[in-house]
Write a protein that binds this ligand. Structure first.
Ligand code: NAP
Length: 316
């Protein structure tokens, strides 16, 4: 089957392309930034350049496409790249192009906690994107993952940078809010398996790994993995919020944004057995699978705090 992957050069996209190839699908990648196709050096994928906000460029990517895995999404907005433009209108544009060629299965990657509550701008935009898919008339499946981890991730590498550089790790609020991290490779496997699953059509599935962990437990695990002893400093969320507002003014790409802080208290867990029950395999736990953070050095931590993710941590 010919599968079009949007966001193919991103953290999840790269893993999805590998997984689709292992499942013997033909893969066409929508590449946003020309040059990023170098991530697929073996030339075994087709490449089409374009932006989800450019319907004309998009249309050309869809000939012969039978399934779409739509991964484009932003968690950091800017003046020209709003959540609505990418996470909602971008979905609408991809949906329209898919309808034009009669795509048989549209697979949308949303986010756990996506909500019809404008008080959480990122999660609201993901929810609105999902509505574009649900109301499209296409056969669709929506997967809503919790936070994903793996080489190249932002979440754990950022926290590892913090643990490396500071003897006392600041935590917003109680740190007891739970996540259900899933390995990016396992999420990619779920997506590749979804392509041929008729029974998952018209369904929205919340996806998480095998363990529900609090933020405090994640910090402790990172410290243990790095062989560091670290104290946690619990800072009231409002105080962290003010600090982040200031940080956003001085650093172009702060390690945490105010929109992310707003989500700190949101439920971010699914059923712990969901992957086994829905896809028939056991996802790997966070513990024992984050050795990649050992390559986060002290100066990497400083660079991350100042707003840039070092290429050796990002490009995998
Ligand atoms: N990472 C997580 O933990 C997590 C958790 C829950 C849900 N999700 C969702 O999973 C999806 C994939 O996330 P990710 O972590 O892989 O994101 P990512 O690493 O930031 O990748 C995003 C991809 O989208 C592309 N892109 C951005 N703007 C585009 C545009 N206007 N037109 C076409 N392509 C564009 C990027 O290409 P360029 O780099 O060239 O711009 C990149 O290939 C997103 O929908 C996200 O909301 C992620």
């Amino acid at each position: 089957m010919l599968v079009l992957v949007t966001g193919a050069t991103g953290f999840l996209g790269r893993a999805v392309v590998r997984e689709l190839q292992e499942h013997h699908h033909r893969v066409r990648c929508l590449v946003h930034t020309p040059g990023n196709e170098r991530m697929f050096p073996d030339r075994s994928v087709e490449v089409h350049y374009g932006s989800v906000s450019d319907p004309e460029a998009l249309a050309g990517a869809f000939y012969d496409v039978e399934a779409v895995i739509h991964l484009v999404g932003i968690i950091r907005k800017s003046r020209n790249r709003t959540y609505d433009l990418i996470n909602r209108q971008g979905v609408a544009n991809v949906v329209a192009a898919a309808k034009e060629v009669g795509v048989k299965h549209f697979i949308q990657v949303s986010a756990l906690g996506a909500t019809n509550d404008a008080g959480y701008p990122y999660l609201y935009s993901k929810w609105r994107g999902d509505q574009e898919v649900i109301n499209s008339g296409l056969s669709y499946t929506i997967l809503r993952p919790s936070i994903m981890f793996g080489p190249g991730d932002e979440f754990l590498n950022t926290l590892a940078g913090l643990v490396r550089t500071t003897p006392v790790v600041p935590v917003a609020g109680s740190g007891r809010n739970r996540f259900q991290p899933i390995a990016v490779a396992d999420m990619a496997r779920c997506l590749a398996l979804t392509v041929d699953r008729e029974d998952l059509k018209s369904k929205t599935v919340e996806i998480g790994g095998p363990d529900q962990l609090s933020y405090n437990e994640v910090i402790s695990l990172i410290a243990r993995t790095l062989g560091k002893r670290r104290l946690r400093l619990h800072v009231p969320v409002w105080m962290m919020y003010i600090a982040t507002v200031i940080l956003q003014k001085v650093v172009s790409r702060p390690p945490v944004t105010t929109d992310q802080l707003k989500m700190i208290a949101i439920r971010n867990v699914a059923e712990t057995s969901i992957v086994q029950e829905t896809f028939g395999f056991t996802p790997r736990p966070l513990e024992g699978n984050i050795e990649f953070i050992r390559s986060v050095g002290f100066w990497d931590g400083v660079k991350i705090a100042l707003g840039s993710m070092p290429a050796h941590l990002r490009d995998h």
